[in-house]
Design a protein around this ligand. Structure first.
Ligand code: ADP
Ligand code: MG
Length: 364
């Protein structure tokens, strides 16, 4: 069993707004294992970004952590320590954790880049500050990092400003900056969403390659299941501020149990059907300004049982690594199978030697 680097338990977060309180995160449990990639998937607004911002301690002023813990396990001076990140002040997070042990790549690389500073200085800054490297040593390592992230002519690029680079190159530079201090955890929040498809593929390949070389643990957020199939070891499916299903990438793609996961998989473009969406889940997610009764997905779920509208389902165990929050898994529930079209696609994918589903856009 791999060591768990980060464990989130019973995390609940709400936001005070002019219209009332939004319960954005409603009791999330998650584990990130050493050297693995955990993908968090779900429609826009399901709480993916808020969850990882809580890990980084960078939520906005109107948020409240209503419950929970985020335990981070790491080596400090040769000793294994455990720290609840929610107990650290913003200042301590900045000094001890952020950028140093846990680094984050955002959708828009400009969020992380300083437009008035050269690429080289931005990569070197953290190494000089946190790792106490000399300028010369930091310069050497910056060149190495630029090579690692696949940037040609790194000597020249060191002297460039961000506006002189393409979007894909900027995201590579951000990844180099984030890797500069040898973090234990890299969080990527839709890092390729703003990039075109071929550049996306290269960045995904880069992240996997870095993981093979450094054994870093990665949280990868995306709304694109094609990306998940490419990068993930573990998958957590999020809906309306909760994890509704989690398992290994094979369990989620070949043996999904939650009707929401069925919907997400059914709406994934298939091989040969180029960008054309086969299916989209009807309706829209609930407004979290209002208290959710029962299963938040029930109003959109054609398989919903009466109990779904009244009582929230617990996480039912499918295997040691696979859990889903749906009453359909209760022993007394009627036997409901996934949609036949999805069953066919999965059987087809199992038959084909290629293994996991591939998105028609064929990354990499
Ligand atoms: P996503 O899964 O798309 O990353 P988010 O985590 O960004 O979703 O958002 C989850 C929910 O939290 C959404 O309903 C969003 O409106 C709400 N939310 C996020 N940030 C704030 C904020 N600063 N104030 C009020 N509501 C917020
Ligand atoms: Mg987001």
């Amino acid at each position: 069993m791999k060591e768990t680097v980060l464990s989130i338990r019973d995390l609940s977060i709400s936001f005070k707004t002019g219209n009332g309180t939004v319960s954005a995160i409603r009791g999330v449990d998650l584990d990130l294992h050493q050297g693995e990639t955990l993908a968090i998937v779900g429609e826009s607004g399901s709480g993916k970004s808020v969850t990882v911002k809580a890990i980084m301690g960078i939520l906005s002023g109107n948020q409240a952590i209503d419950s929970g813990s985020i335990t981070f396990r790491y080596d400090r001076d040769g000793e294994r320590v455990e720290q609840d990140l929610l107990k650290l002040s913003k200042r301590e997070m900045r000094k001890r954790i952020n950028g140093k042990r846990i680094a984050m790549v955002f959708q828009d690389p400009m969020t992380s880049l300083n437009p008035t500073m050269t690429v080289g200085n931005q990569i070197m800054e953290g190494m000089i500050l946190h790792l106490k490297l000399s300028r010369a040593a930091a310069h050497r390592r910056a060149l190495e990092l630029l090579r690692l992230v696949g940037i040609n002519d790194p000597e020249k690029r060191m002297k460039n400003y961000p506006h002189q680079l393409s979007g894909g190159m900027r995201q590579r530079v951000v990844i180099a900056i984030m890797l500069a201090c040898n973090p234990e955890v890299l969080i990527c929040d839709e890092p390729t969403t703003a990039l075109d498809v071929t550049v996306q593929a290269k960045i995904l390949e880069l992240i996997k390659d870095i993981q093979r070389k450094t054994n870093i643990s990665v949280i990868y957020i995306t709304h694109d299941l094609g990306v998940v199939a490419k990068v993930a070891d573990q998958v957590a499916v999020m809906y309306a501020g909760k994890i509704v299903e989690r398992g290994t990438v094979n369990e989620i793609f070949y043996d999904p149990r939650h009707p929401y996961t069925w919907g997400l998989l059914s709406s994934m473009p298939d091989i040969g059907t180029a960008d054309e969406k086969l299916y989209s889940i009807p309706g829209s997610p609930p407004n979290l300004l209002h208290k959710v009764e029962g299963d938040a997905f029930a109003p959109r779920n054609i398989y919903a049982l009466n109990i779904d509208f009244k009582q929230e389902p617990p996480m039912f165990k499918v295997s040691d690594t696979h859990y889903a929050a749906t009453w359909l898994l209760h022993e007394n529930a009627p036997k409901v199978e996934m949609p036949p079209g999805l069953r066919e696609r999965i059987d087809q994918a199992v038959k084909e030697a290629g293994g996991i589903w591939q998105d028609s856009r064929s990354y990499g």
